[in-house]
Design a protein. Structure first.
Length: 381
């Protein structure tokens, strides 16, 4: 082992949200996983996160609490009043901010980060993020007082030529409970790829633990790129082995808020045509082994957002030194909804620069069964 000096760091990372079986040779050690390391991390992290969620759930209605623990998601239609929705919708459609793009298969994702640089010019976004009902639901779901990282995001399905989008395979984001939320500005249906979730798949059943145990050994040996990075993909056979329910596609109206525990299996649903959906999207991920439920303070939020901004610029620089662009690179757009047709055309003509593209390398063996599993699902509403 020529990276022996990294071993102490890898050991410390076992008790953090680190999830990569390839980058961390302790987490990815096949013998340790045969001895149950991965399963132990699951059980411990889920226990701590459950305690944290209960701790911060004092002001959550019992039926919402029960539904989230049972299903792994909350759906709230008509989250804003009509006038609030119209003002917010108008603001994000006319935003003038830095936009970053990621290409995954044939899908483009455009994002504006909602931070100190953008929020001063976006009062409606600020008001939404500060709403008491929004913060308390996110707190409960993430087991943390800390604010989530927030973006305006547009997913543009089939906007470029490419293999299928790997985010359209059912997967678990990581080994521990973790939270994402979507507040939709568009009506969502099969047309523009509804968020899709397997109800109850966030729970640690014995069958799930047995599957996680087998999977941790197989990815320690040789897994597809995404599973080896700690986001386990599932096949039809896996779903059967775990007795999972059919996936539910969230065909919802604009002005609906969805919050989900993305340890549960989920994906971007398939879109039947070239189409897009725009959302206010948040992510909350903290150390699942820490019993400390974070702090809600503007300074903490600022430091968190600055760290993300610094990391993005670092990756930009690194990619630039290789003569490439980073996976989340800045594009010439003012907001996520404007037509970037010309920009896309330019980039296709210079497709040799697409070294950043994520997702083109998922082995078809792991993609096809998961897609087949998805395709058996019905639109649930
Ligand atoms: Fe995901």
């Amino acid at each position: 082992m020529n990276k022996i000096w990294l071993v102490p760091i890898w050991i410390v990372q076992v008790f953090s949200q680190s999830k990569s079986f390839t980058k961390n040779k302790v987490i990815g050690n096949v013998w340790l996983n045969r001895a149950g390391l991965h399963v132990l991390r699951l059980v411990l992290s889920h226990s701590v996160m459950r305690a944290r969620m209960l701790l911060v759930s004092y002001n959550i209605a019992p039926d919402i609490k029960r539904a989230y623990f049972r299903d792994g998601f909350i759906v709230i239609p008509d989250f804003l009043s009509q006038s609030e929705f119209v003002r917010l919708d108008n603001e994000i459609r006319h935003a003038d901010a830095e936009v970053r793009e990621c290409t995954q298969g044939d899908t483009l994702t455009h994002r504006i980060m909602l931070d100190d640089n953008t929020l001063p010019n976006m009062p409606e976004c600020t008001a939404t993020l500060n709403r008491r009902d929004f913060t308390k639901l996110n707190r409960f779901a993430s087991g943390s007082f800390s604010r989530p990282i927030a973006y305006i995001q547009t997913i543009k399905n089939h906007y470029i030529d490419g293999p299928p989008d790997p985010q359209k395979n059912l997967h678990s984001d990581t080994f521990h409970p973790t939270t994402k939320s979507w507040f939709f500005f568009d009506d969502v249906s099969e047309r523009n790829g509804p968020f899709t979730y397997v109800p109850g798949s966030h729970r640690l059943t014995l069958k799930r633990l047995a599957w996680e145990y087998r999977k941790s050994i197989s990815v320690s040996n040789d897994g597809d790129r995404y599973s080896a990075n700690g986001s386990f993909r599932i096949t039809d056979a896996d779903a059967k082995a775990m007795d999972l329910a059919p996936p539910k596609a969230f065909a919802v109206a604009a002005n609906t808020l969805v919050i989900a525990n993305t340890h549960g299996f989920h994906c971007r649903g398939n879109a039947s045509e070239r189409s897009s959906r725009t959302e206010l999207w948040t992510i909350s991920r903290s150390n699942p082994f820490s019993p400390f439920p974070g702090i809600d303070h503007p300074l903490v939020t600022r430091v968190q957002n600055k760290a993300v901004g610094w990391w993005r610029r670092h990756l930009d620089k690194k990619a630039e030194n290789r003569g490439a662009v980073s996976s989340w690179h800045i594009i010439a757009a003012r907001n996520t909804v404007e037509d970037t047709e010309q920009h896309v055309t330019d980039r296709i003509e210079h497709s040799d620069t697409r070294t950043h593209t994520e997702g083109a390398s998922l082995p078809s063996g792991s993609r096809t069964p998961a897609t087949a599993y998805y395709s058996q699902s019905r639109m649930a509403r």
